[in-house]
Design a protein around this ligand. Structure first.
Ligand code: HGY
Ligand code: MN
Ligand code: MN
Length: 407
């Protein structure tokens, strides 16, 4: 099945009929349908499928059963942010399947296994911890710690997994990843670029140099519920005010330091129209070029929020819910992949977006990322887009890369 056909197959899964965006939250119907579709595609290619107990999937191409040992792994994720785009994640998965097809068409026989993986809950859109599946896989976190994670409805992670039958699936081979390093020689993730670097350079493919450190921080602002009409302005302890000033301060600090700070999610209690709220909980996504810059910006924002809380007579607590350290990808691997005989090397560029590739790199697996041009740079939005010609160029680039690494 061609790339285009696979793309058409997967496109309707989890797509909203109103916004056109995707809702593929882990262990919910659409994401489970996408995972089943992936397993079907693996079987159609005689890939040796295995799933681990948290829902990470892998299909191995072992042309020669005697060729065991560590292989080249590629892949990405199928879950999405809320109302996300079509390419973030799925492009890497579909391109990996298409790259195996292309290598077979070329008559290439790999000297080591080539695997295609799908890591679960990369976005952390349901349980709040980014790259949950790959963190569990690499031991960056454990199920014992992760089992405390709950979604917005208070559903615990394990209950959500069990409700979806993830651990009882007949495909689960509990030792799907006996030891990552025994199975994976190196990992390459193809991903739509979430930015405009490639389009500004006029090139279709790039290679990642690094991932900015980033984190997600929960701000709890507590105040005094009261009547919106009868309570004088000077008598209020309004957490909405403290939150609003914090959001403005975060924006200013990020601009001043060339970093990123975003409040995209807010929960107001009791969320009434004619009452001063008792509590505002807001999540800040913060990112910077270095860990020092990130910590400095976070300290400034927290200090300014605290000063405002003093003035408002409100309470403030800040908790880090997901922290991702800086990732410097294996430079030799990046340069080896970027080299194009007889043509200019693909650019090696940083990204401010987190990826499973970052988690595997931090676990000591030599890791690289290939980026495919995004004409608008827009991502985490229904408007995310990549030209089909560039997607097919990405498949070729991934096939060339896998051939280099699995020769
Ligand atoms: O949030 C991120 O950086 C990625 O898209 N998960
Ligand atoms: Mn994403
Ligand atoms: Mn992604």
């Amino acid at each position: 099945m061609s790339f285009e056909q696979m793309w058409r197959d997967l496109a309707p899964v989890g797509r909203s009929s109103t916004s056109g965006g995707y809702f593929r939250q882990p262990f919910e119907t659409a994401e489970r349908e996408a995972a089943a579709w992936f397993l079907e595609q693996c079987r159609a290619r005689d890939l040796e499928v295995s799933c681990d107990e948290v829902g990470n999937l892998v299909g191995w191409w072992r042309p020669d059963p005697d060729v065991t040992g560590p292989g080249v792994l590629t892949g990405s994720h199928l879950d999405s942010v809320l109302d996300g785009g079509a390419y973030d994640g799925p492009l890497g998965v579909v391109s990996a399947l298409a790259a195996i097809d292309l290598l077979r068409e070329r008559g290439f026989t790999p000297a080591k296994p080539i695997g295609v993986s799908v890591f679960v809950e990369e976005e952390g859109s349901r349980f709040g911890l980014a790259c949950l599946g790959s963190r569990l896989l690499t031991g960056a976190t454990t199920l014992d710690r992760a089992k405390e994670l709950r979604d917005r409805d208070g559903v615990f992670l394990l209950d959500a997994m069990d409700a979806a039958g993830v651990r009882s699936s007949p495909d689960v081979t509990s030792v799907a990843w006996p030891d990552l390093r025994e199975q994976v020689d190196c990992f390459v993730e193809l991903h739509v670029e979430q930015g405009r670097d490639l389009v500004d350079r006029g090139v279709p493919v790039g290679v990642a140099s690094m991932i900015w450190p980033h984190g997600r921080y929960r701000f709890d602002f507590t105040g005094e519920a009261n009547h919106a009409g009868t309570t004088r302005m000077e008598d209020r302890h309004d957490p909405m005010l403290t939150y609003a000033m914090t959001a403005l301060a975060a924006n200013k600090q990020a601009r001043l330091s060339g970093s990123r700070a975003t409040f995209g999610r807010v929960d107001v209690q009791p969320n009434g129209t004619n009452a001063v709220p008792s509590r505002v909980t807001a999540w800040m996504d913060a990112r910077a070029e270095s860990s020092q810059a990130l910590e400095a910006m976070l300290a400034d924002i927290t200090r300014l929020a605290g000063e405002r809380a003093e003035r408002d007579g409100t309470g403030l607590t800040v908790n880090a819910e997901s922290v991702s350290a800086v990732v410097d990808f294996d430079r030799d691997l990046a340069e080896r992949i970027a080299a194009q005989p007889g043509a200019a090397a693909w650019p090696i560029i940083p990204t401010m977006a987190g990826h499973d590739a970052g988690i595997l790199s931090q676990a000591g697996i030599p890791t690289a990322m290939l980026f495919v041009r995004n004409p608008t740079g827009v991502s985490h939005s229904p408007d995310e887009f990549a030209e089909m010609a560039d997607c097919l160029r990405g498949v070729e680039a991934l096939a060339d890369t896998l051939e280099k690494l699995a020769r």
